[in-house]
Each structure stands twice: as C-alpha cells, then as structure tokens.
Ligand binder design. Structure first.
Ligand code: ATR
Length: 276
C-alpha cells in the first residue's frame, strides 16, 4: 500500500524556536504546492534516541538536526554519508524503511553551492583559500573546499591546536598559520572565509586588515548582520563578497528534495522570507 500519510519533516534541536528552517521549507512547500508539513521539534538530548524511533511512526520522512544533536545523530544513524563522516556531524536525516535512518551533512555543499550561485566566476583552482576558525562550521567548509579542488588552504584559529588537529585529519593541502598572521595571509589568498562567530551581532569584532589581490573573493558564514564588518571592508576595497545567508538556504536543498521529491531553488524571494 502506498504510504497513506502526509509526509512530515522538521528540525530537531534544543532549544528550537530560533531556527529559520521552518520558514525555508514552508516557503518551498507552498511554492511547489506539496502536500507536506515541516515543523520545529524541540527535543531534549535525553529524549533524542527514543524520538528517532517514534518520529517515523508518526509519518516523518526525515528531519534536520541542529545543536545539540548533530553529533549524536551521526552516532545513532544506521547509514552515514562519507561527507557527514568527514565533517563529523549530521544535519540532514532520512528515515529508512527498515526503521533506521541515514545521516548526511549538507553544510559543506550548501557553502559551495552558495559561492557558485552568488559568485559564478569563482574558480576553486585560482589559488589558496584562507579559512578562519576550526570549529564545526570550519570542518564543513574545509571538506567542501578540498572537494571542490582548492589547491591549498591556509587555516588559522585562535586556539592553534584545533587547527593542527584538523590538518592531521584533512591532510596536507592544509597549512596551519598563526592567528596573528591572518591579515598578512590575505595577500596570497584567492578566497577568504570567516567561519568563526567573530563579527556576529553581540560577539567581538573580527580584527583583520585585508591585503587581497583585486580578484579575490571574501565570504563570511555570519549572516547577522548580513553585511559584516569583514564584508564591508572587502566591498570598500572593491573586492567581490558573498554573505552567509545563502549557505543556510542552500544546505536545505538536498533534504527538501529527499523528503518531498522536488528539487527547490534558492531565490531572492526566499532570502526575503528568511530575513523578515
Ligand atoms: P561552530 O560550530 O559555529 O564552528 P565552534 O565549534 O564553537 O562553533 O567554533 C567557534 C569558532 O570561533 C572557533 O574557531 C573559535 O576559536 P577557538 O577554537 O579558539 O575557540 C572561534 N572563536 C570564537 N570566539 C573567538 C574569539 N573571541 N577570538 C577568536 N576566535 C574565536
């Protein structure tokens, strides 16, 4: 028998009220006239394992996972995509007919697809990329840049040991540089990526002076504010910039397609809906 239920999906987090994912998927569901629903699911860590058994029984075909469940989801999954394994966290889950679930991580592909959409002439092979930060977001960016064919990544983190550990894991296309050298390193970087929380509303500023070549691209994962001081400085110097909102939108595409059977587009209307 065909599944008699309306397909459900949602975002699992604790807390969850801040998540923008319901707006993104809600927009696509109505745009494509899909008979399905996407809801915020506030699930405490101690309930996560049980919920992963219960949700499919209620008609859930999949879910996004966010803090604090991204690592737990990877451990509990019955299938893990290679990129989720490499990034070390899951953000997109698909329930399987055998009662298990597949864990994927679409943050890296979201990052790269956003760059490709907003800066179509960006060439991964153009030169080194400077990546600031060595947390979870950095892992997704490193995976995607290496996958896209960037020849070298200069990785800087306040706590250098975390960057050294990522070099050991991700390989010798990564060179660790000292946090105090980030401004100098921009001179030889074709791409500059901020994956730290510096520059976000309420956080300390990112102190950096860009010495980039004129064709360099500067991008920030921070999207509140949308134009961070880093992006403003780059624009003032005539450099191309890409803001961080698009990564959030693009990482949602593979999940929507897997759950609801339509590949959605990231467009300006969606940006407006999420910024509202
Ligand atoms: P996420 O998953 O968003 O990457 P995270 O794993 O907590 O979050 O990582 C936060 C990143 O921002 C780290 O690279 C962190 O540097 P440390 O590893 O030294 O903590 C960086 N970060 C946060 N506050 C910072 C600050 N005041 N100065 C420099 N880097 C900072």
């Amino acid at each position: 028998m065909k599944n008699p239920r309306v397909p459900l999906a949602g975002v699992i987090g604790w807390p969850i009220s801040h998540s923008k994912s319901p707006r993104i998927h809600g927009y696509w569901l109505s745009q494509h006239d899909v008979a399905g629903h996407y809801v915020p699911l506030g699930i405490a860590p101690e309930d996560f394992t049980e919920m992963m058994q219960q949700l499919p029984k209620l008609g859930f075909v999949g879910a996004n996972v966010t803090i604090p469940h991204k690592e737990a989801a990877l451990e509990l999954a019955t299938e893990v995509t290679p990129r989720a394994k490499m990034i070390g966290a899951a953000n997109t889950l698909e329930f399987l007919p055998d009662g298990g679930f597949r864990a994927d991580n679409t943050d890296g592909i979201g990052f790269i697809n956003n760059l490709r959409q907003r800066a179509p002439d960006w060439d991964a092979g153009a030169g080194p990329a400077l990546v600031l930060g060595a947390g979870g977001a950095s892992r997704a960016v490193l995976w995607s840049l290496l996958d896209a064919g960037v020849p070298e990544i200069l990785l800087a983190n306040r706590t250098r040991a975390r960057a050294d550990a990522l070099r050991t894991e991700f390989g010798d296309r990564i060179s660790v540089i000292d946090w105090s050298k980030i401004s100098d390193a921009t001179a030889e970087s074709a791409l500059v990526v901020n994956t730290t929380s510096l520059g976000m509303s309420g956080q300390p500023p990112l102190e950096i002076t860009l010495h980039c070549a004129p064709d360099a691209l500067v991008t920030d994962l921070v999207y509140a504010p949308l134009t961070t001081d880093l992006l403003q400085q780059a624009q003032d110097k005539g450099l191309r910039t890409v803001d961080g909102l698009g990564m959030l939108l693009h990482q949602a595409v593979p999940g929507f397609e897997a759950w609801f059977g339509v590949r959605p587009e990231v467009d300006d209307t969606l940006r407006g809906v999420v910024l509202k």
